[in-house]
Design a protein around this ligand. Sequence first.
Ligand code: PFF
Length: 449
Amino acid sequence: MTHRGAWNSRWSFILATTGSAIGLGNIWKLPYMIGVNGGSAFVLIYILSIILVGLPLLMTEVMLGRRVQKNPMNAMQSLAKESNRSSAWKYVGGMGMLTGVLILCFYSVIGGWVLSYISTAIFEGFSNITAEEASAHFNALLASPLTLLLWHSIFMIVTMSVVSRGVSSGLEKANNFLIPALFAILLILLGYSMSVGDMQSAFDFMFTADFSKITPLTALVAMGHAFFSLSIGMGSVMVYGSYLKREVSISRTSVYIAAADTLLGLLVGLAIYALVFVNHLEPDAGPGLIFQTLPMAFGQMPLGNLFGSLFFILVAFAASTSAISLVEPTIAWIVENTNFNRNKASLGLGLLIWSVGIVVLLSFNIWQDVTIFFGFGIFDTLDKLTSTIMLPLGGFLMAIFAGYLMKKHHSKEELDLDNRGYRLWQYANNIIAPVAICAVFLYLFNTTS
Ligand code: PFF
């Protein structure tokens, strides 16, 4: 163990990074984005983005972090120095840290929604709730700033108290149990959806490719979500990689992480859409989708209140392990560069994010009509700015750095691949990923200007 902490085993790293990857992005965001963005067109680009862009960049980010064992900003600075490049590269790490903080400002509010559903599942239950009642319940939650504030505050307190204790100890134990449990309960939900839902329509909706529905925006949003879902482009994975021991194979672990993350998201999507179609609900309900459909499912299945409570508890855990990874880069930076210790850093940063989160939660009710960016509201602006611009941009810059500016023998040594594997990575990292990101950006700017 180094003084900055290290994972106890390869497995801990896989679990922690999978814990960062699996979160609200898979369970809350992916399903509704599939619905809002035309179903299978979105899924297709999402899967392609994971394989062609996400996976190589996941490897790149782990590799960059492990090479110098520092927080993202210092890591980029040291890496640049090591290869005689401008120290301005540190700002890529800095931008990543800012991205994570901005994401947590809204992530925590949605984490709060999940907490409030745990309380409803346990104390009221969803027995025989109808579609209208489920929608009304959700809308009532959004309309109440104080309730949202309560749950957002609890979510932030829990997250920051884990962060203040240090990531490697608490997180390892939690993840060991959490991820298998989440998969298990998801299989129960899927089994239920298969037996009562319209799985055929769900499957068609998600997987029968309709190329006519692909627009530049769909492409950008789907690719942005691949970044969001894998937690790449902002330094989370870099900082987790920095706690990783040398002997671990980066490529193999990255494949596990990407596969688990994608599989889980798509399974949740299938489970939800089978219920959406059998109940004649609208697939494009937006951010409320899972909160309006799942209570109905739990309300009808045997032992539904138990499974419902368990499900939302596990989602809350999954959200908090992701939330932790959103702030860890900045916390590591503060601890390694200032006199503040972890406790003070967590308190200060936590308060800042909590305060901005209040602005976000008000955008669901009293500030619903406030727009700040191209007609987008506060939540939408933060979400779009981070997922579709900042994460892909961060990923692009990291790919360029690792592929063209870092000394080749350094990346080769760190990735530890045979010649063929290394060439494959180079091809994906140096060409496919940057070109895909640029193409989608250009395509979008051309069509919107
Ligand atoms: N990957 C997380 C999710 O899907 O919920 C969210 C996330 C965590 C995004 C960490 C970015 C990140 F750096």
